[in-house]
Design a protein around this ligand. Sequence first.
Ligand code: G3H
Ligand code: 13P
Ligand code: ZN
Length: 311
Amino acid sequence: MPLVTTTEMFKKAYDGGYAIGAFNVNNMEIVQGITEAAKDLNAPLILQVSKGARNYANHTYLMKLVEAAIEETGLPIALHLDHGDTFELCKSCIDGGFTSVMIDASSKSFEDNIALTRQVVEYAHDHGVVVEAELGTLAGVEDEVNVSAEDSSYTRPEDVQEFVERTGCDSLAIAIGTSHGAYKFKPGTKPQLRFDILEDVSKRLPGFPIVLHGSSSVPQEFVEKINKFGGNMPGAIGVPEDQLRQAAQMAVCKINIDSDLRLAMTATVREFFYEHPDKFDPREYLKPARAAIKAMVAHKIVDVLGCDGKA
Ligand code: G3H
Ligand code: 13P
Ligand code: ZN
């Protein structure tokens, strides 16, 4: 099966009350861990590549890894550009074989966001590729984007219909309280997503797929392991998984997870070196790291996304 777009996946997910996991990939072990879990559970999958990942691993290497994953699993897999910030970057991924791109112009004015998104949509649709856009800004840190909590803002439901109609985008990322990275909520506060905004948005866009970024739940067992084995991540807090599950049962069809994979991998490698300070063969520490990613993704598919058996 060749790479697919997200069109069919999202339609089934919307109707079925579940979501597809969009997991960030940067190297072979991450691709293998994610796709082995999806294969075991017969789950549809979105593998996403950020600008930073593409710079790190190189477009061709990532394409070949994903092609290998398709051959090994036979699953419907979409290859998506995460947080594309320019027309040129989106065009390069479309020309290079991605089946889905995100144009993230959410930090621009409403009109500038519409103009850039529209430009990407026209080129993408001419080439059979789908486009995710974003309205509202998430707080948090990524390689290429750093939005402070003060500069973040919830999506305004009254804007979404006009935005989708004028851009022609295929899915929409909204801001309802999630954020990027491992520090999503202030320690001592109660994490709470704005389901009222999600509800309002979905009433205004019936049947339209909504995307949630910044949806790692930052499992405390991994934070504790990192802290125990020489790391320093006090106060790392994520989105409660029951709230993500609730969102997946509503209009949210794509849930983005990256930080949880980083935590699983890093905690495992830290533990390995603590216990085996004499070892230096990368295969010996990357093997358990890959297994930790597989276990994390399997847990997300079954307990958070609900997309097991849906491929
Ligand atoms: O939301 C962004 C992803 O976590 C990717 O992060 O830009 O550091 O690769 P990155
Ligand atoms: P997390 O940092 O919560 O994993 O979010 C990842 C993301 O939104 C990628 O686009
Ligand atoms: Zn994101």
